[in-house]
Ligand binder design. Sequence first.
Ligand code: BES
Ligand code: MN
Ligand code: ZN
Length: 490
Amino acid sequence: MKIEFVAVSGVTDVLAVLVGDGRVLAGKGPEHDAATGGALGRAMSAGRFTGAENTTLVVAGPSGVEAKTVLLVGTGKDELTEAGIETAAGAAYHAVKLSGAETLTLDFGHLTPEQAARAAFAVRLAAYTFNKYRTTLKPEKIASVTTVRIVTSDLRAAEAAYEPMSAVADAVVFARDLVAEPANVLYPAEFARRVKDLERLGLKVEILGEAEMEALGMWTLLGVGQGSRRESQLAVIQWNGGEPGAQPLGFVGKGVCFDTGGISIKPAEGMEDMKWDMGGAAAVAGLMHALAGRKAKVNAVGVLGLVENMPDGNAQRPGDVVISMSGQSVEVINTDAEGRLVLADALWYTQDRFKPKFMIDLATLTGAAIVALGLDYAALYSNDEAVAGPIFAAAEKVGENFWRMPLPKQYEKHIDSPIADVKNVGNGRAGGSITAALFLQRFVNGTPWAHLDIAPTAWVNKSTINTVPDGPVGFGVRTLDRMVADSYEG
Ligand code: BES
Ligand code: MN
Ligand code: ZN
């Protein structure tokens, strides 16, 4: 996708203009309408298009303008918010992406450089596809639009505003690609390789294998991977764009490249979804990609626990007791509650080695989070308002939904074990997302911390957001990048 900022719309296949409620043409819309001899107004009054948000009307073959098609994009009544720009730009792209048009010009009227850049950013995200394994995809199913131009008065300023946004878009795409990959391709070592490759952006990446993790005593993580033919890995990604020696921000991701459930095996139906049980690790990798790509003025570390959870002659058994790096013993009641075992050691390692300002972990941790919140909200748990607050503030700005969940002391007893310090499941299915979070909390050693259970949101099947096509979401990258930008830089 080629993105260009231009001063005038010029010759193009599709010219997109905004329309507010009541069929009010915005920006240069009235001029374009006059040039076509009123074709735009007639097209609107010929049908039901009123300018409502996220609606479009194609006006094909008008005379008098340098475009083959004019696309009317409804914005509703509100003034253009960040989200409104993203919705409109995404709607424009989706309306014509398969039309045969190659160039799409967004002439949205008096955009600030920031708004123009945001329109470009939205199109980048809207245009995401994962077609690498589609060898017989019909040409008419492949997007025809290859160039998107955004009309804006200050080209330099728009380009400058787009630079960091482009870095974030690259990062979201990177995360989405990881999430989309099947598990025969993306196993722990391959995930680690792709992360190692991020050194090209200036990140420092260390990959620990099983021998190194054994030496560190990471037995809860290793226990999950011991039934797999694929070696478990820990990826440690550092970005040092802040003051030398300043305490880093810590991010930790669950990277279960495939979750069969292990010996506590999952039912066959839907098990294929468990290829995206590494969505938390992908988000953390994507965040580090974003921070490096836009040269964020902050120190940050991302730690990914990469394993495959398989049933096997060497797999861990229900009832096994393993010692975590923290020294706490864990009774593994259900081998399908593996994400918390991976995170237990990854969290402990992160605070022990880096003494971060805070730790935020992301994980497709529980089906119970889906039961509790449905598919549009991720669960947020935190032991510290100063961590939770900026996450919520950033999430709201980028349109990712989180809902605060409690960490009640009186539920701690549900994860007490008669044989070990803690067990890896709670009280039947009751509060399953909460007891998982309480388990994690026992491994943060008092560090300010938030846990984001993104099981509901890591993958989407019937998307209602133009910038998030069906499939891998890269959920969390935008929120955390924005949180770092707004609360921890400069
Ligand atoms: N990876 C799953 C959670 C999950 C479910 C993510 C659906 C995305 C969509 C996790 O490892 C798991 O299996 N959790 C169990 C925990 C239970 C055994 C205590 C669950 O949620 O059922
Ligand atoms: Mn599981
Ligand atoms: Zn899992």
